[in-house]
Design a protein around this ligand. Structure first.
Ligand code: F6P
Length: 338
């Protein structure tokens, strides 16, 4: 076991909260924060319902024993919310007052971009913070990976595999809308994994003729009789894409909006393992006197980025994946299944 190193001995009690859209693995991160804090002799208070809970003084005590058997569960035992009140100075003043009332020396905030913007504001008011990226969108610039992404991709893939069965039987076209907010990580990853004919992402404005109709027509020329179209919610509505296909090809597609189903379910190995490591390093950063950082993963290693800098970092979608997808779904002179 690593050497015990307690540098900042003013750290006696910390708060932990989950905020924004939930993601599979948030519970694993909460557990890791609580158990690491316990290891360092620091108490943890669970703040319920995100930043709004901090404003309202909505809390629960957490310790090594009462975070048992949460690792494998989706959702978040701390509940989550998006708080408009926290966006106001008055709201944040109330949150700081709760920190004082509860004797919190720091807050560990688990969530996405919005969560970290809130954390930055709180740190500017003197409350030390640490952020842990957890969102199915995988859109946090300072980290190659965010907790929940892999589980969400696998959930979407499982749903689409099922859709493909019925689509193949009926020789149909399916248009599936996946989440991801303004980012196409989820759609592109899923599209590659299911062998989609077309994937539409917000990072690449699509041309209805070139990027949709012609791709389906050329796949049809190869003898293909069913087509999978994956649309990122940020690229547009799946219903609009279905209309483009209907008018341009005469095919009558079926639309499925996967929606919140992608956010639920037991976290997979990658999300449990990442959450546990990130939770551990979040507390370690506080204990060693390095507050106001976002924990991330780059090249497989845990890294810390100052929160202000982290919020300015933009994650670029690796467009080679889009090229690979085009190669995979390209029309060939030979007949093929997918
Ligand atoms: O940020 C996670 C996310 O699931 C996005 O992919 C999606 O756009 C959004 O949250 C949905 O938010 P809500 O749960 O408030 O409908």
């Amino acid at each position: 076991m690593e050497e015990f190193k307690y540098v900042d001995n003013t750290l006696n009690r910390i708060g932990v909260l989950t905020s924004g859209g939930d993601a599979p693995g948030m519970n694993a991160a909460v557990r890791a924060v609580v158990r690491t804090a316990d290891f360092y002799g620091v108490e943890t208070v669970g703040i319920r319902r995100g930043w709004q809970g901090l404003i309202n003084g909505d809390f629960t005590t957490l310790d090594t024993n009462n975070v048992t058997r949460i690792l494998q569960h989706g959702g978040t035992i701390l509940y989550t919310a998006r708080s408009d009140e926290f966006r106001t100075k008055e709201g944040r003043k109330k949150a700081v007052a709760t920190c004082k009332m509860l004797g919190l020396d720091a807050i560990v905030a688990i969530g996405g971009d919005g969560t970290f913007r809130g954390a930055l504001e709180l740190s500017r008011m003197g409350v030390p913070i640490i952020g842990i990226p957890a969102t199915i969108d995988n859109d946090i610039g300072c980290s190659n990976y965010t907790i929940g992404f892999d589980t969400a991709c696998n959930t979407a893939i499982e749903c689409i595999d099922r859709l493909r069965d019925t689509m193949q039987s009926h020789e149909r076209c399916s248009v599936v809308e996946v989440m991801g907010r303004n980012a196409g990580f989820l759609a592109l990853y899923v599209g590659l994994s299911v062998g989609a004919t077309v994937v539409l992402i917000p990072e690449k404005k699509y041309d209805p003729v070139k990027d949709v109709i012609e791709k389906i027509q050329s796949a049809r020329l190869t003898g293909k009789t069913h087509f999978m179209v994956v649309v990122a919610e940020g690229a547009g509505s799946a219903y609009d894409v279905a209309n483009i296909i209907r008018e341009g090809t005469g095919i009558d597609p079926r639309v499925t909006v996967l929606g919140h189903i992608q956010r639920g379910g037991s976290p997979n190995a990658r999300d449990r393992e990442t959450a546990t490591r990130m939770g551990y390093y979040a507390v370690k950063a506080l204990v060693e006197g390095r507050p106001n950082q976002i924990i991330g993963i780059r090249a497989g290693e845990i890294v810390e980025t100052p929160v202000e800098e982290a919020l300015q970092m933009k994650k670029k979608l690796q467009m080679d994946r889009y090229t690979i997808l085009e190669v995979m779904s390209r029309a060939s002179t030979r007949k093929m299944d997918e």
